[in-house]
Write a protein that binds this ligand. Structure first.
Ligand SMILES: C[S@@+](CC[C@H](N)C(=O)[O-])C[C@H]1O[C@@H](n2cnc3c(N)ncnc32)[C@H](O)[C@@H]1O
Length: 430
């Protein structure tokens, strides 16, 4: 009965963003939906100042700016920081005109370079992604872009040319990007130079079109590890709207690898592992082996977390120790984040965290409840959570909005995500 009521709501996933101008420039499956953010920030006063401590593709920052609200966003992934800032800034008419003239030169240069031995990224088994003929053209186009603009850099109109290139490499690859667990088609298509150039120009034209729309709010993305007590100047935030990683062993680096290698934000598999070790919930490469002997520093964590980890350890599965450590570290890091967030918040600030639950060897990990417990132990008020959507057709995996206020004594409950079905499920589950 439960399953029939709560829907998977694809409008509350990245799929909703595909055709929404700048939001559709580059996709990342763990991105959340523009619609979801719009519901959360609906009716906020214009002097609100939003923080997204886990920016990803900067959905929060961009939606806020489109609604005339300012936002700061944090991430630890340099590619996403560059992408997010490129999505959130305004582009003047003269910049775009200048870009179009430069692109004509890039296309001519690409034809000259195509038979040369151009740089190609160090991607493992690259032939699985692109055939030799396609790689030749992509390598030439990349080199022509570098000759014209240099490598991707912050706050420059050439970011539009580079984002288009990122889209191009995916659209010419054999990767099937319709699910978080990315797969490959059996066939690798061979593209002619003319086909690649015209596809590139088509993508760029669409991106330029939406780059011309003026954005009234100010949003920026910063390199900040959200577990640290770092802040941007003396800013204090009235709202935190975010979707942190979930404790489900999905690594963002996996999906971002092709973009990051081609744009030189990544060079080796080792670097990818190092970056994922910094990411909350990261388990790529070296991150997994480090987890084996990771020990928590002495922060006081909720008893409920100890109970869940102990249940995972007791399953005595081959990797139960590793998975127990994984869950422990995830909630340890989230607790550290919430602890260090407090000085950055205005009195009365409202937090909205979109998170998913998970399960390890049959042990349910109720992310929303464990985060609520952390918030409670850290002195937040008005703590609760609501179901947003069902994530999977079979298992009881849901997405929740965990909410809380900071130094607010008046009663608060968000109006969003209040469907009767969600309330019913919440009652049935607990
Ligand atoms: C679920 S994604 C956010 C998706 C985002 N809402 C969007 O729409 O694209 C989580 C993000 O948190 C970032 N992240 C992980 N650990 C972090 C940390 N310690 N500090 C800051 N950002 C971190 C990851 O790099 C990833 O981009």
């Amino acid at each position: 009965m439960m399953d029939m009521k709560i829907k998977q709501r694809s409008d509350y996933t990245f799929k909703y963003n595909k055709k929404l101008g700048r939001h559709g420039w580059l996709r990342l499956t763990p991105a959340y939906s523009v619609k979801l953010v719009e519901e959360i920030i609906d009716n906020l006063p214009e002097d609100s100042f939003i923080l997204d401590p886990f920016s990803g593709t900067a959905t929060t920052g961009l939606v806020a700016a489109e609604h005339g609200i300012s936002a700061h966003c944090f991430d630890i992934n340099p590619f996403l920081i560059w992408l997010g800032n490129s999505k959130c800034r305004n582009y003047s008419y003269s910049e775009i005109k200048e870009l179009k003239i430069s692109i004509d030169k890039v296309i001519i240069k690409c034809q000259e370079l195509v038979d040369e031995d151009n740089w190609l990224p160090n991607i493992h088994n690259i032939q699985r992604w692109w055939c030799e003929q396609t790689l030749k053209v992509l390598g030439a186009l990349r080199q022509a872009l570098v000759n014209q603009f240099g490598e991707p850099r912050d706050n420059h109109v050439s970011s539009l040319a580079w984002i288009s290139f990122c889209r191009l490499i995916i659209e010419t690859s054999s990767a099937a990007f319709n699910h978080v667990s990315m797969s490959f088609h059996n066939e690798v298509t061979a593209f002619e130079i003319e086909q690649i150039e015209s596809l590139y120009l088509e993508i760029l034209e669409a991106i330029i079109q939406s780059a011309g729309d003026n954005i009234s709010g100010n949003s920026s993305v910063h390199f900040v590890d959200s577990r640290e007590p770092t802040s941007i100047g003396d800013f204090q935030y009235s709202h935190v709207v975010t979707s942190p990683p979930y404790p489900n062993r999905i690594s963002y680096i996996r999906e971002l690898r092709p973009y990051m290698y081609w744009t030189k934000f990544l060079d080796t598999a080792r670097e990818a592992g190092e970056l994922d070790w910094k990411a909350i919930g990261g388990t790529w490469g070296i991150a997994t082996s480090r987890l084996q002997d990771w020990e928590s520093n002495a922060i006081e964590l909720p008893e409920s977390l100890k109970a869940v980890v102990s249940d995972i350890l007791q399953t005595k599965e081959k990797n139960s120790l590793l998975m127990g450590n994984y869950v422990w570290k995830y909630f340890h890091d989230m607790h550290l984040h919430l602890q260090n967030l407090r000085p950055r918040l205005k009195k009365g600030a409202v937090l909205s965290y979109i998170v998913g639950n998970s399960s390890f060897y049959g042990v349910q990990v109720h992310t929303e409840q464990l985060l609520e417990d952390s918030l409670r132990s850290l002195g937040f008020t008005n703590i609760g959570s609501k179901i947003v959507r069902k994530r999977n057709s079979k298992k009881e995996l849901f997405e929740y909005c965990v909410y809380a206020t900071w130094q607010e004594t008046r009663k608060y409950e968000p109006a969003y995500f209040s469907s009767r079905a969600a309330k019913q499920i919440q009652l049935e589950l607990f």
